[in-house]
Design a protein around this ligand. Structure first.
Ligand SMILES: [Fe+2]
Length: 174
């Protein structure tokens, strides 16, 4: 049995604000929408992957004003370094606070959606590094400079190796 992550569902307060952010800033498509039950709240399904009906859904049912919930972050992989840079620019234009962090195995951008839900968008580097690990990265560097920096920064860290060589090295419980 292999479990691959499929989707997350968020309870939200401001349907339009959240929908605008995920569709316009992050580029999600709406795959379906409707009411959860006859008198129930709306649910809107979104995806960027034709093989997933929804990677994310929002239910307009949240009434509290608390900032906190139990979600740490949702994470989405992109296919290229240029995708990360493009998103960085879009987020900057949208006035979103961005934390650029490299885990050695990724170049990640951490940020929040308009209701404070944590998000990570990342691109895989060619390397594996034991986790947790993370170092701020300079988003003004180009791809070549950034990969050279990642290699220099993480090559003496535990388990540094080529990504493909480390696949399936599970840490099982003692
Ligand atoms: Fe993450």
């Amino acid at each position: 049995m292999k479990l691959s992550w499929s989707h997350a569902v968020l309870n939200v307060r401001d349907e339009k604000g959240i929908l605008d952010f995920y569709t316009e800033t992050l580029g999600f498509n709406i795959s379906d929408r409707g009411q959860t039950t006859e008198n129930g709240p709306n649910i809107i399904f979104m995806s960027q992957n034709k093989d997933e009906h929804h990677q994310l859904a929002i239910v307009s049912s949240r009434t509290d004003q608390d900032a906190a919930n139990s979600l740490n972050h949702l994470a989405f992989r992109v296919e290229s370094f240029e995708d990360v840079k493009t998103l960085h620019n879009k987020l900057e234009l949208a006035g979103v606070n961005i934390l650029p962090l490299s885990h050695g195995n990724t170049l990640s951008l951490y940020f929040n959606d308009p209701e404070g839900n944590g998000l990570e968008v990342f691109w895989d580097t060619p390397w594996h590094v034991a986790q947790p690990d993370g170092v701020f990265w300079d988003t003004s560097l180009n791809k070549e400079q950034t990969l050279a920096w990642v290699k220099e920064t993480f090559s003496n860290k535990p388990a540094f190796s080529k990504r493909d060589d480390a696949k399936g090295d599970w840490i099982n419980r003692p």
